[in-house]
Design a protein around this ligand. Sequence first.
Ligand code: NAD
Length: 480
Amino acid sequence: MRKILNFIGGDYREPESGTYFDNVDPSTGEVYSQIPDSDERDVQKAVTAAKSAFEEWSSYSNQQRSDFLRKISQLIEEQIEELAVSESIDNGKPLWLSRSVDIPRAASNFRFFADAATQFSSESHEMTGSAINYTLRQPLGAVGCISPWNLPLYLFTWKIAPALAAGNTVVAKPSEITPMTAYMLSQIVKDSELPPGVLNIVHGKGPKVGEPIVKHDDIKAVSFTGGTATGARIAGGIASQFKKVSLELGGKNPNIVFDDCDFNTALNITIKSSFANQGQICLCGSRILVQKGIYDDFRDALVERARNIKVGDPMSPDSKLGALVSKDHLKKVLSYVDLAREEGGKVLCGGERLELEGRCKKGYFMSPAVIEGLDHNCRTNMEEIFGPVVTLIPFETEEDALAIANSTEYGLAASLWTQNLSRAHRLAAKLDFGIVWVNCWLLRDLRTPFGGSKNSGLGREGGWEAMRFFTEPKNVCIKY
Ligand code: NAD
């Protein structure tokens, strides 16, 4: 059985504990590889390696760092097929999705920040006639990058690439639920001849590996993507260390559909924003607010489309949805369908575990659910479900829609569907979310600030935001 290994100081390493735990293929329910059960001893080795590589890496020219990142990007592109197959086995997502979105995006993350390394600049402020101030933006040292399971290589590289571009060295931990492509990245990094210790990858569980990375005195910044409860624990745990922290957390995103929308486009994209990646994207619109004039038509059309979504073997090209990531997660998502019923909701379609034929018989599949009839402030409409479950909420006026949309503790992303330009601008300004899409969803320009407000996080990723996060500004004032 394939054994995953840590990647520390440029070499593969067994965990210090000598023990491993099971990695399950969610489409079959079978164990298919072994994950190192690392602990703080492995983290210590990785931090030592990252610290000793820092001086050399941070002294490289921007162009040299850029060249390494571009090489890694090219190597990912050359291995799209192997990486995509591995991502789908590890996560349960359809292969066409890994092949067209996850892995190409991992390559673009490195390519984008290869460019950023050569384009990043800093400010100067002249005090007319008396002095000039300029800002140096210097790398921080060894930094920690921790990522979740829903977009494994995509989000792992979204953190690592800017950290390296800015001149830092990295200790990174992928989710223990989907570690395979991060393991494959180790070989890519080796093949790119990135100096040993610049990127270290430690596998294992959150409390045993993530926490020691976060709390280590020599880790100067932490970039974390994951659940809100974990984010709160991290923020609390390092409050007294005053290190930089970026937290990309959960969401309960509204998708607001007005009477005057382009009905078919809104419907087509709503199907995607509801169920793409089995609804396991932090940006999925899980609360669909529909204006009363088109509510019945929109609901009927959505339910009809949801019923016909093919859920199946992730390796089959006609499966639109694959398996949920784990048995526990499937259980959690199904429990929310039960909760919705208890809270008075009507399940219009789906919400059931599916038993497929053949090799996927024991996989973690469920049918996509559409639910209506719930209060907008019940638990089903307030808590993140993170699966293929959406609720429909009718509204009358723009003010109602805004109040309902803003009523959760989360503030990650909102989508608006309207042909009224003034309304789009008005609402975009008032929606309390880090990202607002108008007549689209998940249309991403990597230069834009990415992140959420309220319980969806702290700080922003993307473009210069990421480069600024991974550097310390220093003002130098020179008197004329
Ligand atoms: P999670 O919080 O359970 O785990 C995320 C990572 O943190 C994993 O690598 C895990 O091992 C690690 N971890 C766990 N406990 C830790 C601790 N005490 N200290 C340090 N690290 C620890 O999240 P998950 O279940 O893997 O991911 C799903 C969540 O991620 C959802 O809430 C989703 O909304 C969120 N997410 C947010 C974004 C975003 O950009 N805002 C993107 C994707 C996913």
